[in-house]
Design a protein around this ligand. Sequence first.
Ligand code: BGC
Length: 402
Amino acid sequence: MWSDWDFGSGRLVSVRRQAIGGSRWLAAAMFAAAIGSAFFAAGAASTEAPKPGIVRKAFGRVEGRPVDLFLLTNSRGMRAAITNYGGIVVELWVPDRQGRLADVVLGYPAVEEYVKASPYFGAIIGRYGNRIGKARFTLGGKEYRLAANDHGNHLHGGIKGFDKVIWQAQPAETPHGPQLTLSYLSRDGEEGYPGNLEATVTYRVTADNALEIEYRATADKPTPVNLTNHSYFNLRGQGEGDILGHHLMLCADRFTPVDAELIPTGELRPVEGTPFDFRTPVAIGKRIDQPDEQLRFGRGYDHNFVLNKKPGEMSLAARVVEPSTGRVMDVLTTEPGIQFYSGNFLDGTNVGKGGKVYRHRYGFCLETQHFPDSPNKPHFPSTILEPGKEYRSRTVYRFSTR
Ligand code: BGC
């Protein structure tokens, strides 16, 4: 049992809350929504820190249906606000080396803005993350045609992907931290995909300052599945300048070069001697404007890296260090690849939380995934989920400081 967060109009509100475990308590908090946070006003005086656990409030309506925003707070004050519209991570507050929290993901304060125009800010991507060339593939001798939403190719699940649907939400408190389980049934034929697919995504904010994401799915026909999260990070804080000074390390000896439409050519190319060599930490901006064909195709980095690992092994994929705040983000995953996208298509037209303008390269994405266009590349690790089997994938974004 728990009560909805009565948020009101952005003035002082008092909220009554029930812990899921049954113990009741009252909390009073100050909020000023106008400053930008859907849950908290950055810098508001005497804002009472939220208690560890999970609470929800109404987050508006989509297609006439109500959607919610869930606030997951761990015992150290790290918190994530996540909506069941698109499974979007709306806010993610993590400490700097002085212990000051900042919201490190780009996004909007209201759900209507996500519906209107969002370059996938914070969303769950499915059925297939990234591109499938010519929006088609052949499986079991049959050709399937997918929604073509990117220059004749299929991108991020199509016109109405998993980022634009309402998920069923199940909040819970667990010994590992507050968690939110989201479920969605993708019907046979949706966006052109075969089979009914039942997908479940669990977000958890753990005591070691990590946002964990667990993906599961089952299907009643063979179908490609490749789920990911499309958060745009800026470890200085959302809207606080570009990300070119962040230092990136990727555990990848190879990457998958693309053609001019950003479809992998099929080659697994060594990063050695190229601007794609992030095996030791390098500032993102250091080589991004070099005259390199791959950088030209991507308008910067927009490439899948082949992670050095055994199949299915949970391992470190990436580490990002932001020198001025000391924030560090480690990305661990069971996936074989990671898309490093340097926010090249951000151009200042998206105005986000707190009125922040998201200009060119103000955020970067590290999308854990199978390789783009795998359904058309038999030598890439398979993305086909068979009936009777379970798709499982796990990714952790862990925060620390130095
Ligand atoms: C893709 C980009 C695309 C972006 C959408 C990334 O995952 O790799 O090419 O433009 O998503 O915002």
